[in-house]
Design a protein around this ligand. Sequence first.
Ligand code: PMP
Length: 431
Amino acid sequence: MSTNLDIQARKTDAIARGVGMMTQVYADRAENSEIWDVEGNRYIDFAAGIAVVNTGHRHPKVIEAVKAQLDKFTHTCHQVVPYENYVALAERLNKLVPGNFAKKTVFVTTGAEAIENSIKIARAATKRAAVIAFSGGFHGRTFMGMSLTGKVFPYKAGFGAMPGDVYHVPFPIDLHGVTVEDSLNALTTLFKADVDPQRVAAIIVEPVQGEGGFYQVPTAFFKTLREICDKHGILLIADEVQTGFARTGKILAMEHHGVAADLTTMAKGLAGGFPLAAVTGRADIMDAANPGGLGGTYGGSPIGIAAAHAVLDVIDEEQLCERAVSLGNRLKQRLQSLRDDVPEIADIRGPGFMNAIEFNDAISGKPSPEFTNALRAKAQEKGLLLLSCGIHANVIRFLAPITIQDGIFQEALDILEASIREVRSEVGSKS
Ligand code: PMP
């Protein structure tokens, strides 16, 4: 039997070090909210493959749909020999994505690819080039994705010139002293100092910044962005790659704000663990690209499409939007109950089951990646997998499958509380 350490040593020799890893436990099998490693250790999964298996690992309905597809065909390339399932999933997304207008969809394979295509489509439709994104935002590791991403290290550092005509504006985060007004003023200044709004093709925004630290866009800001876009003929792109598919208690997070984007990017939770991504948007805008200008060999793989149909059925049948809200409330309540004893807790937040806790040093009030990392390590020792995020790496984000069983969720909350208390007492005894 290989041990985690053996494989880790081989990994160091065989895999490029640019592929960062959050744990050194190698997966053997997984079921709903649990993962077992190659040594037989069991973990409760509060990462869900970074917000992918919202419907749990190997949901029986998803597996059944994929198996049925495997028995029919696995790849024809939709651009060569198309299949009905692709069309049917587009019809479903066209209905699900907010906006009282005709919509069309294109399928690709990864979140970054959805972002690339949304910008291609926006530029083709507007015949403009500039794009505005937000500091702290994350939009993928391809070149345009990197350029749009508002964090230099590790995403852009060392990778040379970024595609141009991309501008960043501060994202409004009250907790960090950036108000909605500050962000809007920055946008006004940008339009005066750097780029004519008539040259701007799109503004791209995550309704909840994911990698950036789980900060939800304020409704007033989102609505004002919509107005600014309408005023200047700019397209609004909602990047729902991490926020989508019941995670925030809605199918898509922009539903919390009553705002409809012109283009929406989706991936991750869409296909419950199979690679599939989509761009859905206003039909006339989506049709701006020439035939052959969009797509890709694997775009809309029949396996991913079959899985996505099952995921949408499961979200509906198991009422996962409602369940996300109730699980998130239980998690946030438990974390709130620790506030008096743990002065490092700076904030507890997040819609539905897209929750986060932010840690600052109890004395200096500065971000504490140390507390955050110690907590991640401690929880992992006790069998709970946690992810961190945030531009200061001082946020733990919680992304458990929304299908997590009640008993296992309770167990995870107990581990989480014990881990936070232990890290506090270790940090406290040092200070
Ligand atoms: N946009 C957002 C908001 C994301 O969270 C991510 C992935 N973390 C991406 C784009 C890129 O997706 P992928 O890793 O599938 O390319």
